[in-house]
Design a protein around this ligand. Structure first.
Ligand SMILES: CC(C)(COP(=O)(O)OP(=O)(O)OC[C@H]1O[C@@H](n2cnc3c(N)ncnc32)[C@H](O[C@H]2O[C@H](COP(=O)(O)OP(=O)(O)OP(=O)(O)O)[C@@H](O)[C@H]2O)[C@@H]1O)[C@@H](O)C(=O)NCCC(=O)NCCS
Ligand SMILES: Nc1ncnc2[nH]cnc12
Length: 290
């Protein structure tokens, strides 16, 4: 046991009902994202998209195994008063969650980015009040803190390789900036689409596409380079410009986007994670209207 585990009796096997609720909501959001269809070139209820190693059943098993880890992160926020110690604790919990995910999926990276984004959000949500802006500020604050328990020698991730090659921000920077794509794009799009009378799946698809118009998704970059990134961003913008996923022209543009991404072997796994994060925040602040 580390010092923090001893001091705070970690890793807990029982947690408060508030932490349990946040864990349930985070897993619910991952399940919603996984099932939502038709998502261009991603795993969904129709098929495996650009992936040869993932399918819906695997995504759902991965989502379920993460629920107690999200609850532990929320419980840590409720228990630990020092920000530096909280950051260390959730870093360790995040890595243990990743290890469990990899053991459940036989080594396939189903939700690495989601553990990071939703883990920070549940940690922040455990203690912030009822302001969505405060939640994003708190996630940014936590993500910017040093992670002292991070292993010194580790393999270079796809995100790091891509950041070096293209000098573009990835998952780490997205959180450190307080998830700008969520509060500027996907949450307003989700809520506006619902207010316009779109059914829930269309509103969620439009929210996903709004993220895809601007995200520098390191999964797409590592699989398909800048050509893949530009195809994703421009193709998603074309769907929204054509009227979104609830319109006939938008659906045609969505099918074209999917064919193009499949031909490039590009999968927007980072955007999918941020859609799950969007659905989680939307459930935490159901009355927020923009
Ligand atoms: C800070 C970390 C997120 C590590 O970040 P880094 O960029 O160094 O690491 P990656 O391994 O590349 O993982 C980042 C994952 O984040 C998703 N993502 C990508 N771009 C963005 C973006 N711009 N904004 C937000 N999120 C983004 C993405 O996850 C999804 O993609 C997965 C598949 O990824 P891919 O690289 O394609 O898959 P591989 O199998 O690895 O390769 P292929 O063979 O398929 O090509 C998919 O499953 C989604 O989840 C990126 O993968 C963070 O992990 C970290 O530091 N953790 C430490 C623990 C910690 O501190 N936790 C804090 C509390 S939780
Ligand atoms: N639906 C999905 N398809 C592929 N990669 C993902 N990463 C997170 N969700 C995903």
């Amino acid at each position: 046991m580390s010092t923090i585990e001893k001091r705070y009796n970690y890793a807990p096997t029982a947690w408060s009902s508030h932490a349990a609720y946040l864990g349930e909501l985070a897993t619910w959001a991952l399940e919603q994202e996984a099932r939502l269809s038709p998502k261009p070139a991603l795993v969904d209820s129709r098929g495996d998209g650009a992936h040869s190693d993932m399918n819906l059943a695997l995504m759902l098993s991965s989502a379920r195994c993460l629920e107690p880890w999200f609850a532990r992160m929320a419980e840590a926020a409720l228990t630990i008063s020092s920000d530096a110690e909280l950051r260390e604790c959730i870093g360790r919990l995040g890595r243990e969650a990743e290890a469990e995910m990899l053991s459940v999926t036989d080594g396939i990276n189903t939700h690495r980015g989601a553990i990071w984004a939703l883990g920070l959000i549940v940690t922040a949500a455990a203690t912030v009040g009822d302001s969505e802006a405060d939640l994003f500020n708190r996630t940014a604050q936590l993500a910017r803190l040093p992670d002292p328990s991070a292993p010194a020698a580790k393999t270079v991730s796809n995100g790091e390789k891509v950041a070096r090659e293209f000098r573009l921000p990835g998952a780490r920077e997205q959180a450190q900036q307080g998830f700008p794509h969520l509060h500027q794009m996907s949450l307003p799009t989700l809520r506006k689409s619902r207010a316009n009378g779109d059914v829930e799946s269309v509103a969620q698809l439009n929210a996903l596409l709004s993220i895809m118009t601007a995200l520098t998704d390191t999964c797409v970059l590592s699989r398909a380079g800048l050509a893949g990134l530009s195809a994703m961003q421009q193709g998603a913008a074309a769907v929204l410009k054509a009227g979104g996923c609830g319109s006939f022209a938008g659906r045609r543009a969505l099918a074209q986007l999917e064919s193009q991404l499949l031909s490039l072997n590009a999968s927007a796994g980072g955007a999918a994670d941020l859609l799950a994060a969007t659905l989680l925040v939307d459930r935490l602040f159901p009355d927020a209207i923009r």
